[in-house]
Design a protein around this ligand. Structure first.
Ligand code: GDP
Length: 365
Protein backbone atom coordinates (compact mmCIF):
# COMPACT_ATOMS: atom_id res chain seq x y z
CA UNK A 1 0.00 0.00 0.00
CA UNK A 2 1.15 3.54 -0.67
CA UNK A 3 2.03 5.56 2.38
CA UNK A 4 2.73 9.21 3.18
CA UNK A 5 5.45 10.17 5.64
CA UNK A 6 5.08 12.98 8.16
CA UNK A 7 8.34 14.90 8.54
CA UNK A 8 9.35 18.13 10.24
CA UNK A 9 11.81 19.58 12.74
CA UNK A 10 11.39 18.77 16.45
CA UNK A 11 8.61 20.64 18.29
CA UNK A 12 6.64 21.69 15.23
CA UNK A 13 3.62 19.55 16.13
CA UNK A 14 4.26 16.30 14.26
CA UNK A 15 3.36 13.98 17.12
CA UNK A 16 0.29 16.03 17.94
CA UNK A 17 -0.86 15.75 14.34
CA UNK A 18 0.00 12.08 14.17
CA UNK A 19 -1.97 11.49 17.38
CA UNK A 20 -4.96 13.19 15.80
CA UNK A 21 -4.60 10.93 12.78
CA UNK A 22 -4.43 7.73 14.83
CA UNK A 23 -7.27 8.78 17.11
CA UNK A 24 -9.52 9.72 14.21
CA UNK A 25 -8.17 6.69 12.47
CA UNK A 26 -9.54 3.31 11.70
CA UNK A 27 -8.99 -0.08 13.28
CA UNK A 28 -6.20 -1.82 11.43
CA UNK A 29 -8.24 -5.03 11.55
CA UNK A 30 -10.80 -3.57 9.13
CA UNK A 31 -8.13 -2.88 6.55
CA UNK A 32 -6.15 -6.06 6.00
CA UNK A 33 -3.81 -4.38 3.51
CA UNK A 34 -2.50 -2.08 6.22
CA UNK A 35 0.61 -2.69 8.26
CA UNK A 36 0.36 -2.94 12.03
CA UNK A 37 3.13 -0.71 13.25
CA UNK A 38 3.09 1.95 15.99
CA UNK A 39 4.61 4.44 13.56
CA UNK A 40 1.83 3.89 11.06
CA UNK A 41 -1.54 5.56 11.43
CA UNK A 42 -4.44 4.32 9.37
CA UNK A 43 -6.86 7.01 8.41
CA UNK A 44 -10.27 6.85 6.77
CA UNK A 45 -10.72 9.11 3.77
CA UNK A 46 -13.47 11.66 4.46
CA UNK A 47 -15.78 11.62 1.44
CA UNK A 48 -19.22 13.24 1.41
CA UNK A 49 -20.16 11.17 -1.65
CA UNK A 50 -20.25 8.03 0.47
CA UNK A 51 -22.92 9.53 2.68
CA UNK A 52 -25.05 10.56 -0.31
CA UNK A 53 -24.75 7.09 -1.82
CA UNK A 54 -25.81 5.61 1.51
CA UNK A 55 -28.93 7.81 1.57
CA UNK A 56 -29.70 6.74 -1.99
CA UNK A 57 -29.15 2.99 -1.72
CA UNK A 58 -29.93 2.46 2.00
CA UNK A 59 -27.51 -0.44 2.42
CA UNK A 60 -27.03 -2.57 5.55
CA UNK A 61 -23.60 -1.05 6.01
CA UNK A 62 -21.27 1.59 4.65
CA UNK A 63 -17.50 1.19 4.50
CA UNK A 64 -15.12 4.09 3.82
CA UNK A 65 -11.69 3.56 2.36
CA UNK A 66 -8.42 4.20 4.19
CA UNK A 67 -4.71 4.69 3.76
CA UNK A 68 -1.55 5.07 5.81
CA UNK A 69 0.51 7.84 7.33
CA UNK A 70 3.96 7.02 8.68
CA UNK A 71 5.42 9.09 11.50
CA UNK A 72 9.07 9.73 10.74
CA UNK A 73 11.15 10.53 13.81
CA UNK A 74 12.70 13.99 14.14
CA UNK A 75 15.36 15.09 11.75
CA UNK A 76 18.38 17.05 12.91
CA UNK A 77 20.92 19.04 11.01
CA UNK A 78 23.56 16.73 9.68
CA UNK A 79 21.24 13.80 8.94
CA UNK A 80 22.80 13.36 5.51
CA UNK A 81 26.18 12.88 7.22
CA UNK A 82 24.70 10.02 9.18
CA UNK A 83 24.80 11.81 12.51
CA UNK A 84 22.60 10.52 15.30
CA UNK A 85 19.32 9.22 13.99
CA UNK A 86 20.13 10.71 10.61
CA UNK A 87 20.62 7.57 8.57
CA UNK A 88 17.52 5.96 9.98
CA UNK A 89 15.53 9.08 9.23
CA UNK A 90 16.62 9.13 5.61
CA UNK A 91 15.96 5.43 5.11
CA UNK A 92 12.46 5.89 6.49
CA UNK A 93 11.80 8.69 4.04
CA UNK A 94 13.09 6.50 1.24
CA UNK A 95 10.29 4.04 2.00
CA UNK A 96 7.39 6.47 1.75
CA UNK A 97 5.67 7.54 -1.45
CA UNK A 98 4.89 11.15 -0.59
CA UNK A 99 5.98 13.63 2.05
CA UNK A 100 3.78 15.64 4.36
CA UNK A 101 6.11 18.32 5.70
CA UNK A 102 4.87 19.92 8.94
CA UNK A 103 6.07 23.48 9.60
CA UNK A 104 5.60 25.46 12.75
CA UNK A 105 3.55 28.60 12.15
CA UNK A 106 2.51 29.26 15.75
CA UNK A 107 4.20 31.39 18.40
CA UNK A 108 4.38 29.92 21.86
CA UNK A 109 7.07 31.08 24.27
CA UNK A 110 6.70 27.91 26.31
CA UNK A 111 7.63 25.64 23.49
CA UNK A 112 11.23 25.85 22.46
CA UNK A 113 12.19 25.96 18.87
CA UNK A 114 15.30 24.03 17.85
CA UNK A 115 16.90 27.01 16.15
CA UNK A 116 15.72 29.54 18.73
CA UNK A 117 13.06 31.32 16.70
CA UNK A 118 9.98 30.53 14.66
CA UNK A 119 10.95 30.80 11.02
CA UNK A 120 9.09 28.40 8.76
CA UNK A 121 11.18 29.02 5.66
CA UNK A 122 14.37 28.38 7.55
CA UNK A 123 12.84 25.15 8.87
CA UNK A 124 11.84 24.05 5.40
CA UNK A 125 15.33 24.82 4.12
CA UNK A 126 16.96 22.82 6.89
CA UNK A 127 15.08 19.67 6.01
CA UNK A 128 15.16 20.12 2.27
CA UNK A 129 18.89 20.67 2.42
CA UNK A 130 19.49 17.38 4.23
CA UNK A 131 17.44 15.57 1.61
CA UNK A 132 19.22 17.33 -1.24
CA UNK A 133 22.64 16.48 0.24
CA UNK A 134 21.65 12.83 0.55
CA UNK A 135 20.50 12.84 -3.09
CA UNK A 136 23.68 14.57 -4.19
CA UNK A 137 25.61 11.74 -2.61
CA UNK A 138 23.54 9.13 -4.48
CA UNK A 139 24.07 10.93 -7.77
CA UNK A 140 27.80 11.34 -7.24
CA UNK A 141 28.15 7.67 -6.44
CA UNK A 142 26.41 6.83 -9.69
CA UNK A 143 28.47 9.36 -11.63
CA UNK A 144 31.59 7.62 -10.34
CA UNK A 145 30.40 4.46 -12.09
CA UNK A 146 29.17 6.00 -15.31
CA UNK A 147 31.58 8.82 -16.08
CA UNK A 148 34.47 6.71 -17.34
CA UNK A 149 32.25 4.83 -19.78
CA UNK A 150 30.70 8.08 -20.94
CA UNK A 151 34.16 9.45 -21.68
CA UNK A 152 34.83 6.34 -23.77
CA UNK A 153 31.80 7.36 -25.83
CA UNK A 154 29.53 4.57 -24.65
CA UNK A 155 26.16 5.81 -25.98
CA UNK A 156 24.04 4.61 -23.08
CA UNK A 157 26.48 5.90 -20.47
CA UNK A 158 26.65 9.28 -22.20
CA UNK A 159 22.91 9.51 -22.13
CA UNK A 160 22.73 8.60 -18.46
CA UNK A 161 25.57 10.95 -17.61
CA UNK A 162 23.59 13.85 -19.06
CA UNK A 163 20.73 13.08 -16.66
CA UNK A 164 23.06 12.70 -13.69
CA UNK A 165 24.85 15.91 -14.49
CA UNK A 166 21.57 17.82 -14.67
CA UNK A 167 20.61 16.47 -11.26
CA UNK A 168 24.01 17.27 -9.77
CA UNK A 169 23.84 20.86 -11.02
CA UNK A 170 20.37 21.26 -9.51
CA UNK A 171 21.39 19.78 -6.16
CA UNK A 172 24.43 22.02 -5.99
CA UNK A 173 22.07 24.96 -6.42
CA UNK A 174 19.83 23.61 -3.59
CA UNK A 175 17.04 22.62 -5.99
CA UNK A 176 15.05 19.43 -5.33
CA UNK A 177 14.72 16.85 -8.12
CA UNK A 178 10.95 17.25 -8.34
CA UNK A 179 11.32 20.75 -9.82
CA UNK A 180 13.24 19.42 -12.86
CA UNK A 181 11.77 18.20 -16.10
CA UNK A 182 12.86 14.99 -17.78
CA UNK A 183 11.74 13.06 -20.83
CA UNK A 184 10.17 9.65 -20.31
CA UNK A 185 13.42 7.92 -21.28
CA UNK A 186 15.47 10.05 -18.92
CA UNK A 187 12.94 9.41 -16.18
CA UNK A 188 13.98 5.74 -16.08
CA UNK A 189 17.43 6.75 -14.88
CA UNK A 190 16.00 9.21 -12.38
CA UNK A 191 13.68 6.54 -10.95
CA UNK A 192 16.55 4.10 -10.62
CA UNK A 193 18.27 6.46 -8.20
CA UNK A 194 15.37 6.40 -5.69
CA UNK A 195 15.90 10.04 -4.84
CA UNK A 196 14.35 11.60 -1.77
CA UNK A 197 13.68 14.96 -3.40
CA UNK A 198 11.73 13.50 -6.30
CA UNK A 199 8.92 12.43 -3.98
CA UNK A 200 5.85 14.66 -4.11
CA UNK A 201 5.50 16.95 -1.11
CA UNK A 202 2.89 19.11 0.59
CA UNK A 203 3.33 21.52 3.46
CA UNK A 204 1.15 21.41 6.55
CA UNK A 205 1.28 24.85 8.21
CA UNK A 206 0.60 24.27 11.90
CA UNK A 207 -1.05 27.41 13.27
CA UNK A 208 -2.29 28.37 16.70
CA UNK A 209 -5.86 27.98 17.95
CA UNK A 210 -6.47 31.70 17.42
CA UNK A 211 -5.50 31.67 13.76
CA UNK A 212 -7.46 28.70 12.54
CA UNK A 213 -10.63 30.57 11.55
CA UNK A 214 -8.73 33.12 9.52
CA UNK A 215 -5.14 32.11 8.80
CA UNK A 216 -4.68 34.74 6.09
CA UNK A 217 -3.31 37.22 8.65
CA UNK A 218 -0.65 34.80 9.82
CA UNK A 219 2.56 36.01 8.21
CA UNK A 220 4.26 32.64 8.65
CA UNK A 221 1.53 31.02 6.59
CA UNK A 222 1.88 33.71 3.91
CA UNK A 223 5.58 32.99 3.64
CA UNK A 224 5.03 29.25 3.38
CA UNK A 225 2.42 29.75 0.67
CA UNK A 226 4.77 31.93 -1.32
CA UNK A 227 7.56 29.40 -1.05
CA UNK A 228 5.31 26.47 -1.90
CA UNK A 229 4.13 28.15 -5.05
CA UNK A 230 7.67 28.11 -6.39
CA UNK A 231 8.03 24.50 -5.28
CA UNK A 232 4.75 23.58 -7.00
CA UNK A 233 3.47 22.25 -3.71
CA UNK A 234 0.18 22.59 -1.89
CA UNK A 235 -0.16 24.16 1.58
CA UNK A 236 -2.75 22.99 4.08
CA UNK A 237 -3.39 25.02 7.22
CA UNK A 238 -4.08 22.98 10.36
CA UNK A 239 -4.05 23.47 14.08
CA UNK A 240 -2.65 20.19 15.32
CA UNK A 241 -3.73 20.87 18.89
CA UNK A 242 -7.37 21.40 17.94
CA UNK A 243 -7.32 18.42 15.61
CA UNK A 244 -6.21 16.26 18.51
CA UNK A 245 -9.30 17.40 20.43
CA UNK A 246 -11.64 17.04 17.45
CA UNK A 247 -10.44 13.51 16.85
CA UNK A 248 -12.07 12.42 20.13
CA UNK A 249 -15.52 13.69 19.16
CA UNK A 250 -18.31 11.90 17.34
CA UNK A 251 -19.60 13.27 14.03
CA UNK A 252 -22.34 15.42 15.54
CA UNK A 253 -20.12 16.98 18.22
CA UNK A 254 -17.46 17.54 15.60
CA UNK A 255 -19.84 19.47 13.35
CA UNK A 256 -20.91 21.68 16.27
CA UNK A 257 -17.33 22.31 17.33
CA UNK A 258 -16.28 23.30 13.81
CA UNK A 259 -19.21 25.68 13.56
CA UNK A 260 -18.17 27.33 16.82
CA UNK A 261 -14.68 27.76 15.45
CA UNK A 262 -16.10 29.26 12.29
CA UNK A 263 -14.63 26.70 9.90
CA UNK A 264 -16.37 24.49 7.39
CA UNK A 265 -14.08 21.53 7.32
CA UNK A 266 -11.40 20.41 9.73
CA UNK A 267 -7.85 21.04 8.58
CA UNK A 268 -7.06 17.40 9.19
CA UNK A 269 -9.79 16.28 6.78
CA UNK A 270 -8.38 18.64 4.16
CA UNK A 271 -4.89 17.37 4.85
CA UNK A 272 -5.98 13.75 4.52
CA UNK A 273 -7.64 14.36 1.18
CA UNK A 274 -4.77 16.44 -0.19
CA UNK A 275 -2.30 13.72 0.80
CA UNK A 276 -4.48 11.06 -0.82
CA UNK A 277 -4.35 13.03 -4.09
CA UNK A 278 -0.64 13.63 -3.70
CA UNK A 279 -0.11 9.87 -3.50
CA UNK A 280 -1.93 9.54 -6.82
CA UNK A 281 -4.82 7.72 -5.19
CA UNK A 282 -8.47 7.94 -6.21
CA UNK A 283 -11.77 6.37 -5.16
CA UNK A 284 -14.39 4.29 -6.90
CA UNK A 285 -17.55 2.97 -5.25
CA UNK A 286 -19.57 -0.20 -5.15
CA UNK A 287 -23.20 0.34 -4.18
CA UNK A 288 -25.27 -2.71 -3.32
CA UNK A 289 -28.07 -3.20 -0.81
CA UNK A 290 -25.73 -5.19 1.41
CA UNK A 291 -22.94 -2.65 1.36
CA UNK A 292 -22.00 0.72 -0.03
CA UNK A 293 -18.26 0.95 -0.10
CA UNK A 294 -15.41 3.20 -1.20
CA UNK A 295 -12.33 1.56 -2.74
CA UNK A 296 -8.92 3.07 -3.28
CA UNK A 297 -7.16 2.63 -6.61
CA UNK A 298 -4.08 4.19 -8.15
CA UNK A 299 -4.86 6.78 -10.82
CA UNK A 300 -4.29 5.18 -14.21
CA UNK A 301 -5.53 1.71 -13.27
CA UNK A 302 -7.80 -0.09 -15.72
CA UNK A 303 -11.08 -1.79 -14.85
CA UNK A 304 -9.73 -5.36 -14.34
CA UNK A 305 -7.01 -4.13 -11.97
CA UNK A 306 -9.60 -2.19 -10.02
CA UNK A 307 -11.77 -5.30 -9.82
CA UNK A 308 -8.73 -7.13 -8.45
CA UNK A 309 -8.63 -4.75 -5.49
CA UNK A 310 -11.89 -6.29 -4.27
CA UNK A 311 -10.87 -9.87 -5.02
CA UNK A 312 -8.26 -11.51 -7.24
CA UNK A 313 -11.02 -13.68 -8.76
CA UNK A 314 -12.76 -10.52 -9.97
CA UNK A 315 -9.66 -9.65 -11.97
CA UNK A 316 -9.00 -13.15 -13.32
CA UNK A 317 -12.59 -13.66 -14.46
CA UNK A 318 -13.26 -10.05 -15.45
CA UNK A 319 -15.93 -9.65 -18.13
CA UNK A 320 -16.98 -6.03 -17.89
CA UNK A 321 -17.65 -3.16 -15.54
CA UNK A 322 -21.13 -1.66 -15.37
CA UNK A 323 -20.21 1.92 -14.65
CA UNK A 324 -22.02 5.13 -13.83
CA UNK A 325 -20.38 8.31 -12.60
CA UNK A 326 -21.31 9.49 -9.12
CA UNK A 327 -22.70 12.75 -10.54
CA UNK A 328 -24.91 10.98 -13.09
CA UNK A 329 -26.21 8.58 -10.47
CA UNK A 330 -27.06 11.40 -8.08
CA UNK A 331 -28.70 13.44 -10.86
CA UNK A 332 -30.82 10.43 -11.82
CA UNK A 333 -31.79 9.74 -8.22
CA UNK A 334 -31.58 5.95 -8.53
CA UNK A 335 -29.67 3.28 -10.41
CA UNK A 336 -32.80 2.46 -12.43
CA UNK A 337 -33.28 6.10 -13.46
CA UNK A 338 -29.62 6.45 -14.42
CA UNK A 339 -29.94 3.30 -16.52
CA UNK A 340 -33.07 4.59 -18.22
CA UNK A 341 -31.27 7.83 -19.04
CA UNK A 342 -28.52 5.81 -20.71
CA UNK A 343 -25.92 6.84 -18.16
CA UNK A 344 -24.86 3.33 -17.16
CA UNK A 345 -22.03 2.23 -19.44
CA UNK A 346 -20.66 -1.26 -20.07
CA UNK A 347 -16.90 -0.83 -19.92
CA UNK A 348 -14.31 -3.39 -20.99
CA UNK A 349 -10.75 -4.42 -20.14
CA UNK A 350 -9.15 -1.22 -21.40
CA UNK A 351 -11.35 1.17 -19.46
CA UNK A 352 -9.44 3.65 -17.29
CA UNK A 353 -11.41 3.93 -14.06
CA UNK A 354 -12.16 7.47 -12.93
CA UNK A 355 -12.48 8.97 -9.48
CA UNK A 356 -16.16 8.80 -8.47
CA UNK A 357 -17.14 5.90 -10.72
CA UNK A 358 -19.81 3.66 -9.24
CA UNK A 359 -19.08 0.19 -10.55
CA UNK A 360 -20.69 -3.21 -10.64
CA UNK A 361 -18.18 -5.79 -11.87
CA UNK A 362 -19.31 -8.76 -13.95
CA UNK A 363 -16.98 -11.72 -13.88
CA UNK A 364 -16.72 -15.48 -14.53
CA UNK A 365 -16.00 -17.70 -11.58
P1 GDP B 1 7.03 17.24 17.38
O1 GDP B 1 8.32 17.27 18.09
O2 GDP B 1 7.13 17.89 16.03
O3 GDP B 1 6.40 15.90 17.31
O4 GDP B 1 6.07 18.23 18.18
P2 GDP B 1 4.89 17.91 19.23
O5 GDP B 1 3.69 17.41 18.50
O6 GDP B 1 5.42 17.06 20.32
O7 GDP B 1 4.57 19.37 19.73
C1 GDP B 1 5.52 20.11 20.47
C2 GDP B 1 4.77 20.99 21.42
O8 GDP B 1 4.02 21.97 20.70
C3 GDP B 1 3.78 20.26 22.31
O9 GDP B 1 3.85 20.80 23.59
C4 GDP B 1 2.43 20.54 21.64
O10 GDP B 1 1.39 20.54 22.59
C5 GDP B 1 2.66 21.93 21.08
N1 GDP B 1 1.81 22.16 19.92
C6 GDP B 1 1.63 21.39 18.84
N2 GDP B 1 0.75 21.94 17.98
C7 GDP B 1 0.39 23.11 18.52
C8 GDP B 1 -0.51 24.16 18.10
O11 GDP B 1 -1.14 24.08 17.06
N3 GDP B 1 -0.62 25.23 18.95
C9 GDP B 1 0.11 25.34 20.13
N4 GDP B 1 -0.04 26.39 20.90
N5 GDP B 1 0.92 24.35 20.53
C10 GDP B 1 1.06 23.26 19.76
Amino acid sequence: ALTAGIVGLPNVGKSTLFNAITKAGAEAANYPFCTIDPNVGIVEVPDHRLQKLTELVKPKKTVPTAFEFTDIAGIVKGASKGEGLGNKFLSHIRQVDAICHVVRCFDDGNITHVSGKVDPLDDIDTINLELILADLESVEKRIGRVEKMAKQKDKEAMYEFEVLDKLRTAFEADQPARTLEFSEDQMKYVKGLHLLTSKPVLYAANVSEDDIADPSDNEYVQKVRQFAQEDNAEVIVVCAKIEEEIAELDDEEKAMFLEELGIEESGLDLLIRATYNLLGLATYFTAGVQEVRAWTFIQGMKAPQCAGIIHTDFEKGFIRAETVSYDDLLAGGSMAAAREAGKVRLEGKEYLVKDGDVIHFRFNV
